[in-house]
Design a protein around this ligand. Structure first.
Ligand code: SAM
Length: 275
């Protein structure tokens, strides 16, 4: 049965607040699974299975799929679309309310994330998995085109931000494909893209918690100079912040968004030595 028919047969009402834009095109669904490079040994965590069309396509290639869905109104729909599919477990919970330790325990080892992400919560989900996961090896996500551009932005550009640094620190991001808004039901106002981010340890930082704090402070107040942001973010004096930034070989007046990931890491090591 077509996804639209399943939704209608179950009297499903779309809930705008959950970013519900579903895909039903089989070629596109299979292409996303292929972009994610899923193979028979893979455990996949899916965020937001919706009507289960992508879940079904992933399950055909993976060992196991664990999907987190916030909307309990999709229970009957998912029962229909995933009928007879034995390697899928759907957990009806807000993925943001589930501890990362719990997610990793459920996955039981290395896992890949594949998701057509809900628009309203894309960045928090991305940040959470990139920063907190220890066993995620890749993340293949359908996101708004403009967010995709942010993931691979260069330092100093308007698209460069906290999420860019988180992606770069985690590994390498690659645009896998652009997807027209016409491929979704209901149709959103924006086009999308599939991006795959592969884990690749390019940087070594002795205090990742402090790194997150420093990067967060750098982008918290874009109009202010970095020394002001850093002082406020770390609760230190402005003079101390200037001292750290100049030790990095930078002018005291630089803005946070001009620093590369490596420079943020170097800055953290300078601060650590002083503590
Ligand atoms: N995967 C489906 C597809 O590709 O057709 C649906 C994708 S739709 C863009 C996003 C889905 O995420 C919706 O089913 C929505 O209910 C669900 N969702 C939204 N917020 C969520 C959250 N915080 N935790 C888990 N699922 C969520």
């Amino acid at each position: 049965m077509e996804i639209k028919q399943v939704l209608q047969a179950n009297n499903f009402r779309f809930n705008k607040k959950f970013g519900q834009n579903f895909i039903s095109d089989t070629n596109l669904l299979n292409a996303i699974v292929s972009d994610a490079q899923i193979c028979k040994d893979d455990v996949v965590i899916e965020i937001g299975p919706g009507a289960g069309s992508l879940t079904y396509a992933i399950a055909q290639q993976a060992k196991k799929v664990v999907a987190f869905e916030i909307d309990t109104n999709l229970k009957d729909v998912l029962k229909t679309t995933l009928l007879g599919v034995s390697n899928v477990e759907v957990i009806f919970k807000d993925v943001m309310d589930v501890d990362m330790a719990e997610i990793e325990k459920i996955a039981g080892g290395p896992y890949k994330v594949v998701a057509n992400l809900p628009y309203y919560i894309t960045t928090p989900i991305l940040m959470r998995f990139l920063e907190e996961s220890t066993n995620m090896t890749s993340m293949s996500i359908m996101i708004q085109k403009e967010v995709a551009d942010r993931l691979t932005a260069k330092a100093g550009t308007k698209d460069y931000g906290r999420v860019t640094v988180a992606v770069d620190y985690f590994g390498n991001a690659k645009l896998a494909r652009n997807v027209s808004r016409q491929m979704f039901y209901p149709q959103p106002n924006v086009d999308s893209a599939v991006v795959r981010i592969d884990r690749d340890k390019k940087y070594t930082c002795s205090d990742e918690k402090l790194l997150r704090q420093v990067v967060k402070s750098a982008f918290a107040m874009r109009r202010k100079v970095f020394s002001t942001c850093l002082a406020s973010g770390l609760g230190i004096s402005k003079d101390k912040a200037v001292e750290y930034i100049t030790s990095l070989g930078k002018q005291a007046t630089i803005r946070g968004e001009t620093l590369t990931t490596q420079e943020f890491v170097d800055l953290v090591e300078i601060i650590k030595k002083d503590r």
